[in-house]
Design a protein around this ligand. Structure first.
Ligand SMILES: Nc1ncnc2c1ncn2[C@@H]1O[C@H](COP(=O)(O)OP(=O)(O)OP(=O)(O)O)[C@@H](O)[C@H]1O
Ligand SMILES: [Mg+2]
Length: 308
């Protein structure tokens, strides 16, 4: 059993553009295939997921898009209202508390409240029970923001524990922090590319999550990896080949393409080695670069295979 199967809460993050949404979607489809009921939640994102999953546009309220899978693109305003309602249960109480102008002012002035509204909603769904007592979701997957914003977001429960006045907000932040830092229930999943800059950022992010948030990542997904065509010793020969051919050679373009590919593979290997060296204990899953004209559901389904 992997981290992906066992944790109730997965927070997916990494550098911008490395494939966080794609990986979150693949994790969700994999969990659904295994019979889990899953909530896949984006954080006020430019919504691409509906295109990827080939479903109707995804809004700020949970919606079932296929058996076993609910999705939502959380926004601070709706999440705060929902979360307030979920905690307080009674709309009049919600209105009295959250729509009270003093409370509203305190909330507006509370650092990180927007991030908290989304994280709090995700947290709430992890523990949410149906009327018959079963959990509503077996797994909540948050398609998190990129590096810096993710750190800011995950720091919020800690900040609230320190700055919020004693009461509901602080208690909830405390409980959320306990859940997020419980390694048996929650895991941060880092996504990287096998390239120099994303690999460096991943190593730094790992350290910051561990040191500043108390959440040691438990899985690394290296995305968009090219299959290795050339063995190490072949690379040098391939790289030297264009120089040995004259301009009129019918295989010159082929040799140039070969050289480019060999250089890419060398850079990829270098980044992979760095990730392995710097994060030796972090289990990694490698996802292939897919060359498809329209990256959609079938592509995500095929990446999901890597998660079992
Ligand atoms: N394994 C893959 N093979 C080929 N293309 C991929 C793969 N994974 C992701 N992509 C493409 O890379 C682009 C970025 O992916 P994605 O949107 O998942 O990244 P992201 O980290 O969520 O970005 P952002 O930081 O903007 O939220 C998309 O166009 C996606 O289709
Ligand atoms: Mg994304």
């Amino acid at each position: 059993m992997s981290v992906f199967d066992e944790r109730e809460f997965l927070f997916v993050t990494g550098k911008g553009g490395v494939g966080k949404t794609t990986v979150s979607a693949a994790l969700a489809l994999s969990a659904v295939r295994k019979g889990k009921r899953v909530l896949l939640a984006m954080c006020n994102a430019k919504e691409r997921l509906s295109h990827l999953l080939e479903v109707e546009p995804i809004g700020p309220r949970n919606r079932t898009v296929m058996p076993g899978l609910d999705v939502v693109n959380m926004t601070p305003a709706v999440a705060l209202e929902e979360y307030g309602m979920m905690v307080l249960k009674v709309r009049s109480l919600y209105k009295a508390i959250f729509e009270n102008k003093f409370v509203a002012a305190v909330l507006r002035g509370t650092p990180g409240i927007e991030a908290w509204s989304m994280l709090g909603k995700a947290y709430y769904h992890v523990d949410e029970k149906l009327d018959d007592g079963r959990p509503r979701y077996d797994q909540v997957i948050v398609d998190g923001p990129a590096t810096g914003h993710a750190l800011d977001m995950l720091r919020v429960p800690q900040v609230l524990t320190e700055v919020a006045p004693p009461g509901l907000l602080r208690d909830e932040a405390d409980k959320a922090r306990s859940l997020f830092t419980d390694r048996r229930r929650s895991a941060v999943v880092l996504v990287s590319l096998a390239e120099d800059m994303p690999a460096n950022e991943t190593v730094e992010l790992y350290a910051k999550l561990e040191r500043e948030v108390g959440m040691t990542p438990q899985a690394l997904v290296v995305n968009s990896v090219l299959p290795k065509l050339f063995k190490g010793h072949e690379r040098e020969a391939i790289a030297a080949l264009p120089g040995k051919l004259d301009d009129a050679s019918p295989v010159r373009t082929l040799a140039l393409a070969g050289r480019q590919r060999a250089m890419r593979e060398a850079a990829q290997q270098h980044a992979m080695a760095k990730l392995k060296r710097e994060l030796p204990d972090l289990p990694r899953t490698v996802l292939p670069m897919l060359h498809v004209p329209d990256f959609r559901r079938a592509a995500v389904e095929s990446l999901a295979e890597a998660f079992g």
